[in-house]
Design a protein around this ligand. Structure first.
Ligand code: SF4
Length: 361
């Protein structure tokens, strides 16, 4: 079935044409599937018109993409969606410079659509809010982006997100990713047609908070029984029960080169200047990204509140030992484009694998 025809047909016609059992699907829609942590979800992603992968560029989101392909989901039904945590207005405070370029290279290599959303000014603007409203977000709209929100009440932060599993305290994830994604799902009309499966890459092994996440459930933006607007959106944490070994195994099967952060010995790929960074990460950041490190240090002085409850980033870096990084990968990680080959043959496990370092909980 062509994309054009899919646009014109209803959900039921499309499912029938794809050979699905409408009765079984209708009963699932009435009694939405919920799969608790530790249970196995019997999910067929091929019965969704859209599979949106929350794609950070890290190994777990890469595993989601590869898993969908191994399950036979046609590439044109998959969308990689990436949140730009620094926004697109010039802030470089938090992220790996290469991440956007890496996501683009992966999407191009696999022939899969890549879309972006972000909060204006990114985490830095939210953090330096001083009597202002939280900034608007930008979501995909046609060939460009549409601005939403920004008219909330004024408020002041003037402090870093604090290290906590509580998302109100560690507000960066909500402000730069979770809320931004919800704005996309709630406001783009394409989600009002057909079924959407959102895939996110949390794994139980990563933290005790994540180990309690459900494997499958209606997404919080789901509105399948809405009166005026209907949106059928499920969320599948498809690698929730996977071990790190299984994640690297699927990368190996597809010969995909991991994000440069893993080649610099980071064990988890997140923001480079993640608030969960440990002493060795801060020592390495000071070495490979001195400008951004000094900006973080000067914000800590300005706010008189450090990221870590007791130590400044300078004190943490002083107590850490920089990773023995390869200058080639420092240059790749500090580039705005990813010019290294996407596929490796023979495939090599990066040195950050299995190191059990720091990252969001
Ligand atoms: S990766 Fe770290 S700094 Fe970035 S949003 Fe998540 S918790 Fe915050």
């Amino acid at each position: 079935m062509t994309e054009e025809l899919k646009e014109r047909t209803t959900d039921e016609e499309w499912l029938l044409a794809e050979g699905f059992d409408l009765g079984a699907l209708a009963s699932k829609a009435e009694n939405p599937l919920v799969v608790e942590a530790g249970e196995v979800a019997q999910v067929d992603p091929r019965c969704y018109q859209k599979c949106i992968v929350a794609f950070s560029g890290g190994k777990d989101s890469m595993a989601l993409l590869l898993h969908l392909l191994e399950l036979g989901v046609p590439r044109e039904r998959i969308e990689l969606h990436h949140h730009l945590v620094d926004g697109r207005e010039g802030s470089t405070l938090m992220d790996w410079p290469v991440t956007e370029g890496y996501c683009e290279a992966i999407a191009k290599a696999f022939g899969i659509a890549l879309t972006y959303s972000w909060r204006e000014g990114g985490i830095e603007r939210e953090m330096t809010r001083d009597g202002d409203a939280t900034a608007p977000v930008f979501i995909p709209d046609g060939d460009g982006h549409r601005k939403i929100g920004g008219d909330g009440p004024p408020g002041t932060r003037l402090k870093f997100p604090q290290v906590s599993a509580d998302l109100k305290v560690r507000w960066c994830s909500g402000a730069s990713k979770i809320d931004v994604f919800a704005r996309y799902l709630n406001n783009h009309p394409k989600f009002e047609h057909g079924r959407t499966l959102v895939l996110t890459g949390e794994r139980a092994e990563e933290s005790s908070a994540r180990s309690k996440y459900r494997v499958f459930e209606p997404h919080k933006c789901d509105l399948r029984n809405g009166r005026k607007v209907k949106r059928h959106i499920d969320v599948w944490r498809a690698v929730h029960g996977w071990s790190e070994q299984e994640v690297w195994d699927i990368m190996k099967r597809w010969k995909v080169c991991a994000h440069p952060s893993y080649w610099l010995m980071w064990s988890r790929m997140s923001c480079r200047q993640c608030v969960f960074s440990g002493k060795n990460e801060w020592a390495t950041i000071r070495q490979i990204a001195p400008v951004e490190f000094n900006r973080i240090a000067s914000y800590e002085q300005q706010f008189k509140v450090t990221i870590h409850r007791k130590l400044s980033v300078v004190e943490q870096a002083d107590q850490g030992v920089p990773f023995p990084v390869d200058p080639y990968w420092v240059e790749v990680a500090n580039s705005r484009t990813f010019n290294h080959p996407v596929f490796m043959d023979p495939w090599v496990l990066p040195p950050g694998a299995f190191r059990h370092g720091c990252g969001p909980t």
